[in-house]
Design a protein around this ligand. Structure first.
Ligand code: F6R
Length: 589
């Protein structure tokens, strides 16, 4: 998490840095700061809260030559002005995305050497380490290179040295860093969108690449200090402008884009009623481990359902944060599928590396091109959902589910029939965005303290995502629960105040689900159902979705679940696109 951006140029240095920083605010938004060189002197401004707070302290007329900036998601030390980046020790000022795991030991050693620390952060320790090495070697590249032998953990650093007032230094290990190259200044940032207002030419740094840039030049070095060449790429997708496009929130805009995303996936990955031959074939594997975090893992659960049902392959879904530390059975015929919107999630990346170390085939289902997971996996399928800004994922989740469905049905007998059904989904999405009174549902649940999202089978897997979406943006405590499991303990929580949302679309098990819901009603709870059963006798309020087909029915509930969460958070005046305590890209373990 955290976003970093630096720029060296002839004009508008501060404005260009802040413009870049704003496009990284999805990575962290509890404090922000900037350091820039003006008349060979460093100015540092740091402010708790949003970038808008920092902006109030900035004088855009200051003639800066270079600068570095940061938007923070706190890990070490609370969110306040002092712990905000940039951090400064001696001649070194830097911003950091990542975590220095051995900062505590290093700090003790550095204190003995005379360093005094003002903040509680691990980052300030890194600044002192580099300053100490620079003082010993009088060579910045050597100091950075030696620092990589000392610092344990993950990092992308942008660094300024008082002695070299026209240059910015950068290095990365397990946190992303992109260099944007232009005739009119050069920019260094955590993510491509933060560079696009300067240039569409970019270089992706690999682990331990060192970059040095000034307003006219960009040079790359390997860890031994030898100059290297890097491939310059062109960011071609001009449509991916970051704007709310007239919507109140990015989340609503992104929900509205889901119909186009599904169309795009169908057109890219299928042809004449068949999944493309060159799309990855899972049929040669006997076991599949799907490994991901949060919503991506819930997309994996739906994928497991489809893969087991249609491809008949045993599939398990694991949270990436657990996968690395559990016993895994890496047989030759196992495939590990990693799912990630950002492609930078630290736990998912670590699980990928573990699978590779065990010589297991890896397939990444990723949204962001050139991300670490996309580049590290043996094979990759892009979800092509476009840039997703709202912290709560919507369109990327659905795209992940669709890609998993395509993998599951490739080559099966009724592949064409299923794809015909899938082609109906874009219109269903548009219809469902407009057809229902989500505000009314939001009124029913906005004051609840607790909500169960209940379902069985695939309806339960979908509920997992519905529940996460609701709790993360509305701050109502919500759990997804297998409706049949409630009576083994948790039903004791139910009373007339407890909120219940039931997902009932799977005909093969709906009678059982309905019996379970009756048990809940009998304890006084009112049931809001998202169901395709027209004349039901179990719901108190209902979103009646259409009854299409076995494969399509579950997918029809995605939009209602997302819009229930959105409207509830809106009623509660929550910060929908940037929920508290969260960040979009979780690059720490
Ligand atoms: C929830 C959400 C998160 C992410 C999770 C994984 O709305 O977005 O749960 O799904 O942090 O992120 P990626 O997909 O970037 O690996």
């Amino acid at each position: 998490m955290c976003g970093i951006v630096s720029y060296a140029g002839n004009k508008d240095v501060i404005r260009r840095i802040i413009t870049g920083l704003k496009s990284l605010e999805y990575r962290g938004y509890d404090s922000a700061g900037i350091a820039y060189m003006k008349d060979n002197k460093i100015n540092i401004i740091k402010k708790e809260g949003c970038i808008c707070n920092l902006e109030k302290e900035i004088n855009y007329d200051d003639k800066a030559s270079i600068g570095i900036a940061h938007t923070r998601w706190a890990t070490h030390g609370k969110a306040d002005d002092i712990n905000s980046h940039p951090h400064r020790q001696g001649k070194i000022t830097l911003v950091h995305n990542g975590i220095i795991e051995n900062y505590d030991i290093l700090k003790k050693e550095l204190i003995k050497k005379g360093y005094i620390f003002k903040s509680d952060t691990d980052t300030e320790v890194a600044a002192a380490v580099i300053d100490d090495l620079y003082n010993e070697n009088n060579d910045m590249i050597k100091a950075i290179s030696l620092a990589t032998e000392i610092l344990k953990g993950s990092y992308a650093f942008n660094i300024i040295n008082d002695d070299i007032s026209d240059k910015i230094f950068g290095i990365r290990k397990d946190s992303p860093l992109i260099v944007g190259i232009s005739e009119d200044g050069n920019i260094l940032a955590s993510d491509i969108p933060a560079t696009l207002h300067v240039t569409n030419r970019y270089v992706v740094l690999d682990n331990y690449d060192i970059v040095v840039l000034d307003k006219d030049h960009v040079k790359f070095y390997d860890i031994k200090g030898k100059e290297i060449k890097k491939e310059v790429k062109i960011f071609a997708n001009d449509n991916e402008v970051i704007s709310k496009g007239g919507y109140d929130h990015y989340m609503l805009k992104e929900i509205n884009e889901e119909s186009e995303v599904v169309k795009k996936l169908i057109s890219l990955y299928t042809n004449s009623g068949k999944v493309n031959d060159d799309l990855f074939d899972i049929r040669k594997y006997k076991n599949i481990d799907i490994v991901a975090c949060g919503s991506a893992s819930f997309a994996g659960q739906v994928g497991k359902y489809y893969i087991e049902k249609y491809a008949n392959i045993r599939t398990s879904v694991y949270f990436a944060s657990e996968y690395r530390y559990q016993k895994n059975f890496f047989d030759n015929d196992t495939l590990v599928i990693l799912i990630s919107q950002s492609g930078e999630t630290a736990d998912t990346l670590a699980a990928l590396k573990l699978a590779k170390e065990n010589n297991i085939d890896t397939l990444a289902i990723v949204n962001r091109r050139d991300s670490s997971i996309a580049r590290e996996a043996k094979d990759v399928i892009y979800t092509e959902a476009g840039i997703e800004i709202a912290v709560a994922t919507t369109k990327a989740y659905l795209a992940q589910v669709i890609v998993l469905l395509l993998l599951a049905i490739k080559g099966i007998n009724n592949e064409t029939e299923i794809l015909e059904d899938l082609k109906l989904l874009p219109n269903i999405i548009t219809k469902y965005i407009n057809d229902y009174d989500y505000e009314n549902i939001a009124d029913l649940i906005k004051d609840k303290e607790h909500i169960f999202y209940l379902g069985r089978g695939i309806d339960y897997y979908l509920s997992m995502e519905g529940s996460l979406k609701l709790k993360e943006i509305s701050y109502i405590h919500s759990e997804a629960f297998q409706a049949g499991e409630l009576k083994h303990g948790s039903i004791s929580l139910i009373d007339e105040n407890f909120g219940v949302i039931a997902v009932v679309t799977d005909k093969s098990i709906c009678d059982k689900t309905i019996s379970n819901l009756k048990e809940v009603s009998a304890r006084g709870a009112k049931i809001i159902a998202i169901t395709n059963i027209k004349d039901d006798n179990f719901s108190d309020y209902k979103i009646l979705v259409d009854d299409y087909s076995e494969v399509l029915n579950p997918l029809t509930v995605v939009i209602p679940m997302q819009l229930i969460a959105y409207n509830t958070a809106k009623k509660k005046n929550c910060d929908i696109d940037k929920p508290r305590n969260l960040a979009k890209s979780v690059t720490v373990e």
